[in-house]
Design a protein around this ligand. Structure first.
Ligand code: FES
Length: 112
């Protein structure tokens, strides 16, 4: 089973986390199952970008992009070359290192 290392996030995972998940588990589901409450405003159907993560290691092993994932990612706060929607990206055989951005588009709106 691939191991997911979650980098520390001030609110969601202050100490970071490390856990294993079965292959094909979405990163969003994996985070929730391990007590990391990443936002998922659209109910994990790939329509909001609040579940945006940056996959620092293992990016190439993830499932391919969904039909509209790249369009939704364009709206994510802090988009980077290794960004994915965590509800659409499923773990493959390789270990992953995941960074949860400091803000989602929901948080960014609250600050503005
Ligand atoms: S939960 Fe909305 S795009 Fe992932």
């Amino acid at each position: 089973m691939p191991k997911i290392t979650v980098l520390p996030h001030p609110q969601l995972a202050p100490a970071g986390a490390v856990f294993e998940v079965p292959e094909t588990t979405s990163i969003c589901d994996a985070l929730h199952r391990h007590g990391i409450d990443i936002e998922h405003a659209c109910g994990q159907v790939g329509a909001c970008s609040t579940c945006h993560v940056v996959v620092r290691e293992g990016y190439a092993s993830l499932s391919p992009f969904g039909d509209y994932e790249e369009d939704m990612l364009d709206q994510a706060w802090g988009l980077q070359p290794l960004s994915r929607l965590s509800c659409q990206a499923r773990a493959g055989a390789e270990n992953l290192t995941v960074e949860i951005p400091k803000y989602s588009i929901n948080h960014a709106k609250e600050i503005l």
